[in-house]
Design a protein around this ligand. Structure first.
Ligand SMILES: [Zn+2]
Length: 289
């Protein structure tokens, strides 16, 4: 069999929640499930390189069938073999692979060449998108609030502050109107010159981060996802203009159109001391609109 051509064009980085496409390949993935590939999709999968944002909730419609509860996964093709989801052994963007969005259905798959409409659950997408932008902004605000806690020069974020977030982050998780970032302050961060007592007043830090976040979102300016092209594995960057400069962070997720879409961002910080390190958890919440 010829190697399937399933290099999906993705439209979700621009904020799209519906798309029309053509079925270009179907692949059995076991358990009476099929991965359906389209030439174009609005469905956001969990990115293997940036796994922080959950997949969209999606319905797929063809002239003959409607598939609810579609699982949206990243697939990779190498030497004509399709690897879907957990069977994909490499990260998105790995050289020598073509990456595509798999729409996994639990019923007889559509036929090659069928027209297919992707419909994304708009409420769930919105809740994740605003939380994702708030997560990026909170990281930059935290960097700003901690800027005077460094005694040595370290790499800077896009606003020119010491990049605490990217130097200390352990994991980041986006939920509905909520994000959680976990940081570890251990020996290597202290060696880089970071003040181990910086979070002694965690509530005071959280209040200052919240204040800065609200000042930024009050400007209401546009948010953009800039992509090098429309492939799933394209490099993409989240950007928005803040009073402090242009904020830019590499990102594979989805985002709202404007800072004004983020309502009442609020940050809480908790601190736990473990052997050899301090673990800081920053939770950012929004009011649903
Ligand atoms: Zn992101």
């Amino acid at each position: 069999m010829a190697a399937p051509t399933i290099d999906t064009e993705v439209t979700y980085p621009a904020g799209t929640v519906t798309s029309e496409g053509t079925v270009v390949h179907v692949e059995p993935v076991g358990g009476d499930r099929w991965a359906v590939f389209l030439d174009r999709t609005a469905a956001h999968p969990v990115d293997t390189a940036w796994p922080d944002q959950p997949a969209d909730r999606v319905t797929l419609s063809t002239p003959d069938a409607q598939y609810d509860g579609v699982e949206v996964r990243v697939a990779g093709v190498q030497d004509g073999t399709v690897h879907v989801g957990d069977d994909l052994p490499v990260r998105t963007g790995t050289e020598g692979w073509v990456f595509a969005v798999a729409h996994v259905v639990h019923a007889d798959p559509p036929a090659l060449g069928d027209r297919a409409t992707v419909t994304v659950d708009r409420g769930f997408r919105t809740a994740l998108s605003v939380a994702h932008s708030a997560c990026h902004l909170a990281a930059l605000a935290l960097d700003a609030v901690l800027a005077d806690r460094w005694s040595k020069p370290v790499p800077e974020d896009s606003l020119g502050r010491p990049a605490f977030d990217s130097l200390a982050i352990v994991r980041s998780l986006i939920g509905e109107y909520r994000s959680e970032d976990v940081y570890r302050i251990g020996k290597s961060l202290r060696k880089k010159g970071f003040d181990p007592g910086a979070f002694d007043d965690a509530d005071g830090i959280a209040d200052r981060v919240t204040g800065l976040l609200r000042a930024w979102t009050a400007t209401g300016g546009p948010i953009h996802v800039v992509a090098e092209d429309s492939r799933l594995s394209a490099r993409r960057q989240w950007r928005c203009e803040l009073p402090d400069g242009v904020a830019a962070i590499p990102c594979g997720g989805t985002h709202p159109d404007a800072l004004s879409d983020l309502v009442d961002p609020t940050v809480a910080i908790s601190v736990e001391d473990v052997p050899g390190a301090r673990v800081v958890t920053m939770t950012t919440t929004l009011t649903p609109r």
